[in-house]
Design a protein around this ligand. Structure first.
Ligand SMILES: NC(=O)c1ccc[n+]([C@@H]2O[C@H](COP(=O)([O-])OP(=O)(O)OC[C@H]3O[C@@H](n4cnc5c(N)ncnc54)[C@H](O)[C@@H]3O)[C@@H](O)[C@H]2O)c1
Length: 350
């Protein structure tokens, strides 16, 4: 297996995180890091070359792959420079701030014959993978609704994430991941989507959004994220005609709930509640519902790089493919359009 000799440009939060990850691979050597802020380079791992910009790193370092971990607006420039220097490229998400920019990045990589992929490692999050198993195995029957929710209490964005021109806001931040997860779970064209995007605490960038997708296979998927949402949230809910599955955190804690009888077989029973008598919405009769554990999964973010290493050696296709990333960026354009007009947007209709 040919070794990856990696150069990271942008040695901030994510650059450091990725450097730590590379240290766990025998077949990936971190050779160089580049950052325009010299303070960021002071704790570069021993033996790793440091550069003050990508041009010097590309000219001098003996590398074959570049990881782009600079803030969002600089990704196109970094990717095109790396491609022109015939280096394969892994770019942080969001790969680009527009579809046009992204197409230019893809074209530059194709013209130079280098691999291009984006670090969508949240496809290997444990909570997501468990729900993808529930979906793929049809463990709750024919599914009609998927809810992916992420609520936080901090409110404010940090660092450059407060500036729109830097690609700030939560849609560019976690939104890209959450959309990517749903599109990789539901293998069906999107008929339409509706979105609400708001600035609740932050003046200039979004910190709340809800996106509702209607897929051609009749599944509805809803993503809701808020950074100022002061009650705990269920991370996932999947409803099907044979059960409900829930997950309550990133660790994947949750269950699948089934009913022993279909509704028509339940003897008609009126339950008195605080809201008056009801036949459908009182508590379930004793013993009617039963629980099953969620499927086990064995995943970690390391798997993203294990796949990349194989693709680099020609053993498999790139796993986060440019056309998938492009679809997410097209969805984000439609999300903004829907939020602006208040209308659902037709999408991918035959
Ligand atoms: N995949 C993920 O889950 C994930 C998580 C966090 C951040 N990110 C992405 O990683 C990228 C970086 O985010 P971060 O949180 O690490 O930001 P950061 O501000 O912590 O780090 C960015 C670094 O890039 C450096 N830099 C800026 N312009 C540069 C240039 N032209 N050349 C070289 N270095 C330059 C800065 O000095 C800084 O050290 C963003 O695109 C972000 O969206 C991805």
């Amino acid at each position: 297996m040919e070794k990856i000799r990696l150069g990271i440009v942008g040695f901030g939060f994510m650059g450091h995180n990725d450097a730590d990850m590379m240290a766990t691979f025998d077949d990936i050597d971190l050779v160089a890091v580049a950052d325009t802020n010299p303070d960021m380079l002071t704790d570069a791992p021993e033996g790793v070359e440091t550069y003050s910009n990508i041009d010097d790193m590309l000219a001098k370092a003996d590398i074959n792959v570049v990881m782009v971990s600079t803030p969002n607006p600089s990704h196109p420039e970094m990717v095109k420079k790396a491609a022109a220097a015939k280096k394969h490229v892994i770019c942080e998400k969001p790969a680009a701030m527009s579809v046009k920019e992204f197409d230019e990045m893809v074209a530059a990589c194709r013209e130079n014959g280098v691999l291009f992929t984006v670090h969508q490692q949240r496809r290997w999050d444990k909570d997501y993978r468990i729900m993808k198993e529930v979906y793929d195995q049809g463990l709750v029957g024919d599914m009609y609704i998927i809810k992916s929710q992420l609520y936080g209490f901090n409110g404010f964005m940090h660092d450059w994430h407060v500036f729109p021109e830097m690609g700030g806001g939560m849609l560019y931040d976690w939104g890209v991941h959450l959309i990517d997860q749903i599109l990789n779970m539901v293998d069906s064209p999107i008929v339409s989507l509706y979105a609400d995007v708001q600035n609740v605490i932050n003046e200039k960038v979004d910190d709340y959004f809800k996106i509702i997708f209607k897929f051609a296979n009749h599944v509805t998927a809803e993503i809701e994220l808020g950074t100022y949402y002061l009650t705990p949230a269920r991370r996932w809910f999947i409803g099907g005609n044979k059960g409900s599955a829930i997950i309550d955190g990133f660790g994947g804690e949750g269950k699948i709930v089934h009913t022993r009888h279909l509704l028509e077989n339940v003897p008609g029973k009126i339950t008195m509640t605080a809201a008056g008598p009801t036949r459908s919405f009182g508590p379930a009769p004793e013993g009617l519902l039963y629980e099953e554990p969620l499927p086990e999964v064995n995943v970690s973010h390391r798997m993203y790089f294990e796949h990349f290493l194989k693709a680099f050696n020609g053993e498999e296709e790139i796993i986060v493919r440019p056309e998938q990333v492009r679809r997410v960026l097209c969805v984000m354009d439609a999300v903004r359009e829907s939020a602006k007009t208040g209308q659902a947007i037709a999408f991918e209709q035959a």
